[in-house]
Ligand binder design. Structure first.
Ligand code: SF4
Ligand code: SF4
Ligand code: SF4
Length: 337
């Protein structure tokens, strides 16, 4: 009989959707439980953080950390997971590239606190009390809160990561691929991939998309439309219809559930390893489709301005899941200095 491994799931700045994605293995969850004991998961088990702290170092075979690193608590537990797990996986778009929480990197702690605890119409805070890391009440009890960081980090910004599983959240198809990989590894049928591997494909979503109009076919449209403004043709490529779809700049491997549901891709798998910046890559592709730039590689500032003026939310469109890992992160930081 194959050996049994142990598995831990820990969330950082997460919506818990990634935990649910694991539970969504549904009947296949029993296949997982045949080869792995889940030894820590605050969502699935009645466990306390101290239970994880007390486990011996490297006593857990595989750890899935999902969510970004937004505060000191997230960072502390990312480090604990690194110490306790032999293999640490950044699971889901937030741990991989910052994900949706990472969009907050256009701002900083001070501006976020001002907005949330002072300016928001639903906030009644006349004394302008903001969260503090320490506070002593009238009876001398000290209360503490994690430190809210100035920016959002990815898991590999704070600890060494062995593998990445992208997407928001990883799809059933991807989870099955990981399950089969772990099963084969436990049974000695195959080795784990090289450290640092993103467990997905090295092609773009367009390469695997059934709507792909054909390699080399030049698409041109006059204006970009949002999916909310049109009734999309369920057979035709979204970009051919002028609807923004991030397929050209996004890694394949999710099984294209959005395309199947007649929704364009929003890019949650992140870019392939051949691309440094997902948003920049998509901007270039769109500029070429709109006839703004002939060259898909180099865009002038004027090209970018022309393009961005067509979009209501360029940052959300092009960097929805990848801002903390983008070249733009640096631009935003430099502008703040
Ligand atoms: S990747 Fe998506 S589903 Fe997973 S924690 Fe982040 S926002 Fe939630
Ligand atoms: S742009 Fe979107 S719809 Fe068109 S081929 Fe690529 S993934 Fe498919
Ligand atoms: S189609 Fe795009 S948005 Fe949808 S799961 Fe795949 S990568 Fe994510």
């Amino acid at each position: 009989m194959a050996r049994k491994i142990s598995l831990a799931l820990k969330r950082g700045a997460s919506c818990v959707g990634c935990d649910i994605a694991v539970v969504n293995l549904s009947q296949k969850l029993f296949d997982l439980l045949e080869i792995a004991d889940i030894v820590f998961s605050p969502t699935l088990l009645d466990v306390k953080y101290d239970d994880l702290r007390k486990m011996p170092d490297k006593s857990i075979t595989i750890g899935l950390y999902h969510g970004a690193v937004r505060n000191s608590d997230n960072e502390e537990f990312a480090k604990i997971m690194r110490d306790k797990c032999q293999v640490l996986i950044a699971y889901g778009a937030c741990a991989h590239m910052g994900g949706i929480p990472g969009l907050a990197n256009v701002s900083n702690r001070e501006k976020i606190f001002q907005t949330v605890y002072k300016e928001t119409f639903s906030t009644d805070n006349p004394k302008c009390v903001f969260p503090q890391t320490e506070w002593v009440d009238d009876r001398g009890h000290k209360l503490t809160l994690p430190e809210f960081y100035d920016e959002v980090y990815t898991l590999d910004d704070v600890v060494d990561v062995d593998y990445y599983v992208p997407a928001c959240p990883p799809t059933h198809e991807m989870n099955m691929e990981i399950l089969n990989l772990i099963k084969d590894w436990v049974e000695g049928k195959r080795d784990l991939p090289p450290k640092g591997t993103v467990i997905a494909r090295e092609k773009t979503l367009c390469d695997e998309c059934p709507r792909n109009p054909g390699k080399g076919k030049k698409i041109t449209v006059e204006k970009l439309k949002y999916i909310s403004e049109v009734e999309p043709d369920p057979e035709k490529c979204f970009l051919e219809q002028g609807i923004l779809c991030l397929g050209p700049a996004t890694r394949a491997g999710c099984g294209a559930p959005c395309i199947e549901a007649n929704m364009p891709c929003r890019g949650c798998m992140g870019p392939t390893s051949f691309v440094m910046d997902q948003g920049g890559s998509m901007l270039s592709a769109i500029a070429s489709i709109l006839g703004i730039s002939e060259d898909e590689i180099e865009l002038s500032e004027e090209d970018i301005e022309k393009l961005v003026s067509q979009l209501k939310d360029p940052l959300g469109c092009f960097y929805r899941f990848s801002l903390p890992k983008s070249l733009l992160r640096k631009v935003v930081q430099d502008r703040e200095v």
